[in-house]
Ligand binder design. Structure first.
Ligand code: HEC
Length: 108
């Protein structure tokens, strides 16, 4: 009988470890759960690898700062994100809301 206790605990522990699948809109960062603005989450998923984690730009892709974005209208940014331009690929898989959130994020 004395063995039943620990065995049961191990079984329960295993169940708990399998339970917590990632929730929507959350990104694991260094073991912490990070929940950003909706546009920021999409940015990190889709844009950061080229435009940089902090929108600072990279060798190829320009920085996306509020000053630069001020000269582009919402509609042209939407077209650019959905269909791409030059060496930038389009992101037609994003929903209207995701594109709207992204535009307000890169304008901020
Ligand atoms: C594969 C790399 C890559 C990815 C991923 C990428 N971009 Fe770009 N982006 C570029 C390049 C390269 C340019 C310059 C395009 C050109 O003029 O040829 C650009 C240009 C832009 C511009 C225009 C900047 C300006 O001043 O003209 C915006 C806005 C932009 N990207 C936003 C985004 C957003 C938002 C995402 C995520 C949905 C994204 N990009 C993802 C490579 C990328």
């Amino acid at each position: 009988m004395r063995l039943v206790g620990p065995a049961l605990l191990i079984a329960l522990g295993t169940l708990a470890a399998c339970g917590g699948g990632g929730g929507g809109g959350q990104i694991q960062e260094g073991g912490q759960i990070y929940v950003g603005a909706p546009g920021e989450t999409s940015y990190r998923d889709a844009c950061a690898r080229c435009h940089g984690a902090n929108r600072e730009g990279a060798i190829d892709a320009p920085a996306l700062d509020a000053m630069r974005m001020a000269s582009s209208g919402d509609e042209s940014l939407r077209q650019l994100i959905l269909f791409g331009k030059g060496r930038m690929p389009g992101f037609g898989g994003l929903s209207d809301q995701q594109v709207t959130d992204l535009i307000s994020y890169i304008r901020s």
